[in-house]
Design a protein around this ligand. Structure first.
Ligand SMILES: NC(=O)C1=CN([C@@H]2O[C@H](COP(=O)(O)OP(=O)(O)OC[C@H]3O[C@@H](n4cnc5c(N)ncnc54)[C@H](OP(=O)(O)O)[C@@H]3O)[C@@H](O)[C@H]2O)C=CC1
Ligand SMILES: N[C@@H](CC(=O)OP(=O)(O)O)C(=O)O
Length: 372
């Protein structure tokens, strides 16, 4: 997607949870990646020992890529992945904790979608369009491990709804200073619940106003991502959780009958007075460029935030595949009579909300010389 990509030698990668919703998206994206080469696939014991096409219930719009069709799926143990430098994890969170730790311990770079390590004080929670500076925690994470690691680490990406909202929030903090409060109401696609996900009898002709754990994750993760890294007396780093400018966030999460793409209605108040106008907000969102794009990551979107002028956009069916789902769409930027500004965000939950974020994070790690 980027014109002047930095192209290193080929890097062998593995995919854990390769048969799942996120795992399939990893495979579709990695099969045409310029330097990540799919070398090993892992899933549960139900799938291990089978050819990929026999193990997977493929739900992507393109066929199973030729290079993985006959690959035999392995159990998720590091011995089967020794030739890989990187593993991408789309593992169920019930099992991701132990498996990802075993891979880190075996000196692999683990890029995870699961929630298990997002709150770990040594693990960066990186939305690649926002906080690539948090990679600075990796040396400390390696040093804290017993024995200290040379190559292994875990880096997570965020919850898919958090990812959509932090991109415009980061752009606006960059342009206009800290935010003071933020109210979010989500309309989340059923693919966010994996496959087969929400039963059809629950979701057709319906809205379900509850997604377990989602509101707490959005409220907490946003603070870690938008906060910086502070350095203590003995040089020890910690995530500052947006503490210097406390940000109050309230999220309300709903499941809606959409297949892909999370829509979020967002209202914000800025700390500085007077606040920017809707037009200044539109301009700042349009001008925002990610480090991932500036550094030449091949999967980075040209438009980090695409701002719609039409009054009825963004819409999931129309906008979720723009830039292969790697950017974020914003529309309906207008004045809020309670806070300052309100707008609508659309983010593709399985692309920038999951697999694309992990791949971009790994590309950033390559550009920053953390993996080679
Ligand atoms: N869907 C989304 O939009 C998003 C998902 N996530 C997170 O990404 C992760 C994957 O989600 P999703 O793809 O939707 O989930 P799925 O349920 O679709 O896939 C889960 C994967 O985990 C594997 N698995 C299950 N149990 C085991 C086990 N005991 N050992 C090894 N592998 C196992 C499954 O393999 P098998 O087929 O063999 O059972 C499958 O490959 C989750 O942690 C989720 O919370 C994050 C952001 C967005
Ligand atoms: N809970 C999200 C998807 C997800 O798996 O989130 P997390 O990675 O934070 O557990 C959804 O249902 O849309």
């Amino acid at each position: 997607m980027h014109g002047k990509e930095h192209t290193p030698r080929e890097i062998k990668v593995g995919v854990l949870g390769a048969t799942g919703t996120v795992g399939q998206r990893f495979i579709a994206l990695l099969s045409r990646h310029p330097y990540f080469i799919i070398h090993a696939l892992g899933a549960s014991q139900r799938s291990a020992g089978k050819k990929y096409t026999q193990a997977v219930n493929w739900k992507q719009t393109s066929p199973v890529p030729a290079q993985v069709r006959d690959m035999v799926v392995k159990e998720c143990i590091p011995e089967h992945f020794v030739e890989c430098s990187v593993v991408f994890s789309g593992l169920d969170s019930d099992v991701a904790g132990e498996i990802e730790e075993a891979f880190r311990h075996a000196e692999l770079a683990v890029f995870s979608n699961a929630k298990n390590y997002r709150r770990d004080p040594a693990v960066p929670l990186v939305v690649p369009l926002v906080n690539s500076s948090h990679f600075a925690m990796i040396p400390q994470q390696r040093a804290q491990h017993s024995p200290p690691l040379k190559k292994g680490f875990i880096l997570t990406n965020a919850n898919c709804s958090t990812t959509g909202v932090v991109v415009p929030l980061a752009a606006l903090e960059k342009a206009f200073g800290p935010l003071e409060s933020c109210m979010i109401t989500t309309m989340q696609a059923i693919s966010g619940a994996g496959y087969p996900g929400v039963p059809s009898l629950d979701i057709i002709d319906n809205v379900v106003p509850y997604i377990s754990g989602e509101e707490e994750k959005m409220e907490w993760e946003t603070l870690k991502i938008l906060g910086g890294i502070s350095e203590g007396d003995e040089g020890l780093k910690s995530f500052d959780m947006h503490d210097k400018h406390p940000l109050r966030i309230s999220a309300s999460c709903n499941r809606v009958p959409v297949i892909e793409g999370h829509t979020e209605c967002v209202s914000i108040r800025f700390a500085r007075r007077p606040p920017p106008s809707p037009q200044q907000v539109r301009e700042a969102l349009t001008a925002y460029t990610s480090d991932a794009y500036a550094l030449g990551c091949p999967s980075a979107p040209r438009h980090t935030v695409f701002v719609h002028e039409e009054v009825d956009r963004p819409q999931p069916r129309l906008d979720r595949d723009y830039q292969m789902g790697a950017g974020v769409s914003v529309g309906r930027v207008r004045q809020c009579r309670v806070l300052d500004i309100k707008f609508v965000v659309l983010a593709n939950n399985v692309a920038i909300g999951a697999a694309t974020s992990s791949i971009l994070n790994a590309e950033l790690a390559v550009v920053k010389g953390i993996i080679s």
